[in-house]
Design a protein. Structure first.
Length: 256
């Protein structure tokens, strides 16, 4: 046997190994592509559901001081005007009916009643196949203008004022909607996220108009899929017990 033949035989295993590695790599790439396609399809279906809910909100909320927009963060409902009393977090009673209507529209939407709607069974099935659950949130964000609060104000800054306003709105909306508290959250940004920058406006009347637009509350309705979590105490105990048994198994084998 020649030297070249011996070398060829000694390296023959490398060709088989390279084929196996290539096949494994191809398999994992294909798996990633399939998972990515499944996530994209799921995201597309959820976005379609949000689009349908947006249309419902647009029809139901036709007021001069309320706008409904479709954004990447979901559906945004913006309320401007004198929703709150000056330097106070107390909601003006004349807006109670409007807040009630917003809460009711959210509660009656397809998004909040997906489990009872036959046309969305396929979406729920896909979500379950992905070992996920549909997470829906109603987030309220309060914004004030840049005017400083008076010394005798109940709140030390616009931060606290905006947070208190959004929280009060969430409480009132939740009361009318009759939805579980887990869906709601409240945030306050003070004067730091204005719609109009009034710092360069010298005309007093124009500055007041700008400030009026900056004083607002934004309600976001959003939905997304997330991995399932332990649903109850029993599942959690079983999971922890299983982990404990697996951890103790090697020790038992060593002592036997």
């Amino acid at each position: 046997m020649s030297l070249d033949e011996r070398r060829a035989k000694s390296t023959a295993w490398a060709l088989t190994f390279a084929d196996v590695v290539t096949l494994l790599l191809t398999f994992f790439v294909l798996l990633l592509v399939m998972l990515s396609d499944a996530e994209k399809r799921l995201s597309t279906l959820i976005e379609k559901l949000l689009d349908e809910t947006y249309e419902e909100m647009t029809i139901g909320l036709s007021y001069d001081n309320i706008s409904v927009d479709r954004e990447t963060k979901g559906i945004k409902i913006t309320i401007t005007g004198n929703l709150f009393k000056s330097t106070s977090a107390e909601i003006d009673p004349k807006y109670y009916d409007v807040v009630h209507q917003i809460g009711q529209l959210i509660a009656d939407s397809d998004l909040m009643n997906i489990n009872s709607r036959e046309e969305h069974k396929s979406l729920l099935k896909i979500i379950d196949q992905n070992n996920a659950t549909l997470n829906v949130e109603v987030r309220c964000e309060g914004h004030t203008d840049d005017a400083k609060l008076p010394p005798n104000s109940e709140y030390p800054s616009n931060w606290e004022l905006s947070a208190a306003r959004s929280l009060n709105l969430v409480r009132l909306m939740n009361k009318h909607a009759g939805m579980p508290e887990k869906y709601f959250s409240a945030l306050g940004y003070g004067e730091f996220r204005p719609v109009i920058d009034v710092s360069n406006i010298s005309d007093f009347k124009e500055k007041q108009k700008g400030r009026a637009k900056n004083r607002r509350v934004e309600i976001y309705l959003d939905a997304f899929a997330r991995n399932k979590i332990q649903s109850d105490e029993k599942d959690l105990i079983e999971s922890l017990s299983s982990k404990k048994r697996k951890k103790e198994e090697p020790d038992l084998k060593q002592t036997s």
